[in-house]
Design a protein around this ligand. Structure first.
Ligand SMILES: Nc1ncnc2c1ncn2[C@@H]1O[C@H](COP(=O)(O)OP(=O)(O)O)[C@@H](O)[C@H]1O
Ligand SMILES: [Mg+2]
Length: 234
């Protein structure tokens, strides 16, 4: 399954953010959201990013996940300076190296669970990966082997998030980014999802999880707080 720790460098950085800032243009006003963010995440770390609603957590995640470009500063993902990459190179980096998990699951409604998991391989498939076979293995990994032909509407929220986690893993990414993955789930189901992340972390995955729930930070190695556009460690 390739769930073991990849690569050799012990202190390799998966993410380096250097003096990152992000502003949004609203009318003719430039509204600063992220002011000066420095953050380094090492291979195999499980980092929780906390902050109140509206503090810019999702904005930060979009920068880390190369979904949006910063206004200033530097984003380095797996040693690559994102500013130097073309749109095509960015899409490849996202498709191969990053697995996304969102609060609202974002599954394709007309596809079955297993088809949702396999879907990313239609656009980007890592060499040597058999999409269908791996989708089946991942559906089993998240405990949904008896539900793999169900549509998202036929699944509970927790089951849908399991499908989304399996989908995030399809290309064996180096980094998993989760933006409030349990935000729409009750606490028991949320803990079940957190146990899946814990297992992935134990197998050497790098995980960055955004949350505003202090109870969830216990699962992480390290917690960073986003407040007033800057980051402070606990
Ligand atoms: N595309 C956008 N254009 C303008 N303002 C935005 C945009 N996206 C987010 N914002 C603003 O940036 C701030 C941070 O948003 P967000 O990163 O979603 O916060 P969080 O995820 O911490 O709740 C909010 O005030 C939000 O209204
Ligand atoms: Mg958010």
């Amino acid at each position: 399954m390739g769930e073991e720790n990849k690569g050799s460098g012990e202190n390799e950085s998966v993410i380096e953010l250097v003096d990152l800032c992000k502003s949004y243009q609203v009318g003719d006003m430039e509204v600063p959201i992220l002011k000066s963010i420095d953050l380094s995440v090492k291979k195999g770390e499980f980092v929780a990013i906390m902050g109140p609603s509206g503090s810019g957590k999702s904005t930060l995640m979009n920068m880390i996940g190369c979904l949006d470009r910063p206004t200033c500063g530097k984003v380095v993902v797996m040693g690559k300076d994102v500013n130097q990459l073309s749109e095509v190179e960015l899409a490849r980096l996202r498709g191969f190296e990053i697995g996304f998990v969102f609060q609202t699951f974002n599954l394709v409604p007309r596809l079955s669970a297993i088809q949702n998991v396999e879907l990313p391989t239609y656009a980007n498939k890592k060499e040597g990966i058999d999409g269908r076979k791996r989708a089946q293995e991942l559906i089993e990994l998240v405990g949904l082997q008896n539900r793999m032909n169900y549509k998202p509407t036929e699944l509970s929220g927790g089951q849908q998030q399991r499908v989304a986690i399996a989908r995030a893993l399809i290309n064996d990414p180096s980094l998993i980014l989760a933006d409030e993955p349990t935000g729409n789930l009750d606490s028991k189901t949320g803990n079940e999802i957190m146990n899946i992340f814990t297992d992935l972390h134990d197998k050497g995955r790098t995980i960055i999880m955004i949350t505003h729930d202090p109870e969830l930070t216990g699962y992480a190695d390290r917690v960073v707080h986003l407040r007033d556009g800057v980051i402070g460690a606990t």
